[in-house]
Design a protein. Structure first.
Length: 281
């Protein structure tokens, strides 16, 4: 009689592994999960790596020349917006991460004052737009354009916001919807106002002086009827005065303070920007 065949004895300590069939659906899920590993930082939810913050502009290099920045030149970069000063004129721009090493800048509103160093202002405005590659170092940021021009910046703590009251504000520009126009050169620096803690306001409309009650409620300020001097005002100063008189009498104005800049906006989109001049005792 033939003896039944026997399987070879398994050495002690050796484990037997069984093949387990993985359902196709589960395998696909695992494959996708593995493929996506490490890519969570890409796409619209990505943050600007090491770029968000306040930056003091040091210099521009363009056309084989180096232009040194005025002290006030700066860029404050948030997640999707940049604000700042070209050195004299203020600006806003939309920003977006382009991959992990570049920033795309879309210019927005800017003031249009005639400033002392217009060569630097014009060059800065020309360079700070489009796709800019990022070179980040310790406390330094350099943005490079496609033609090799650069904007060199150093980290700068955010400027403390000036208080709405106890600050003298000098009117720099007028807003009408989406456009901003600077105060005419002949009237520059002539319109200013301040709001005291006791809710009284006063200053100059560009020609005549005025006083009024100012009610501050949350993010709005409402000026009561203006009491003014009676000089006859013509030319740019007179036109500025008429615009400010209409604005101050138009009802609640929404306030927004960014550093040393105040924006007042009426419900119809008209408004002004003003710069902090000095503290009022």
């Amino acid at each position: 009689m033939t003896e039944p065949s026997r399987r070879p004895a398994r050495p002690r300590g050796m484990r037997t592994f069984r093949h387990v069939h993985t359902p196709a659906g589960l395998a696909l899920v695992l494959a996708l999960a593995l493929a996506g590993c490490g890519k969570a930082e890409e796409g619209g939810g990505a943050r600007l790596p090491g770029v968000v913050g306040s930056w003091a502009v040091e210099s521009l290099t363009t056309g084989g020349r180096t232009l040194h920045a005025p002290e006030a030149a700066r860029v404050d970069i948030a997640q999707d917006e940049a604000t700042g000063s070209y050195g004299c004129n203020g600006f806003k721009a939309a920003v977006a991460l382009d991959g992990t090493s570049a920033l795309t800048v879309t210019p927005g509103m800017t003031t249009t004052m005639a400033c002392e160093d217009m060569e630097f202002e014009t060059a800065f405005a020309r360079l700070f737009k489009g796709r800019l590659t990022i070179d980040r170092g310790p406390e330094r940021l350099t943005l490079k354009t496609a033609d090799g021009s650069t904007i060199a910046m150093t980290s700068k703590p955010p400027a403390a916001a000036a208080p709405l009251t106890t600050t003298e504000w000098t009117v720099e520009s007028l807003i009408s919807g989406g456009s901003v126009s600077s105060v005419p050169a002949e009237a520059a620096g002539k319109a200013h106002f301040a709001i005291a803690p006791d809710s009284t306001a006063g200053g100059s409309l560009g020609c005549n002086r005025f006083s009024a009650k100012a009610t501050v409620e949350g993010p709005t300020v409402t000026f009561g009827p203006l009491t003014t001097t009676r000089m006859a005002c013509e030319g740019p100063a007179g036109e500025l005065e008429r615009n400010l008189t209409l604005l101050f009498g138009s009802g609640p104005l929404t306030t927004k303070i960014e550093g040393q800049t105040l924006t007042l906006t009426a419900q119809d989109g008209k408004g002004l920007t003003a710069r902090a001049a000095s503290a009022v005792e």
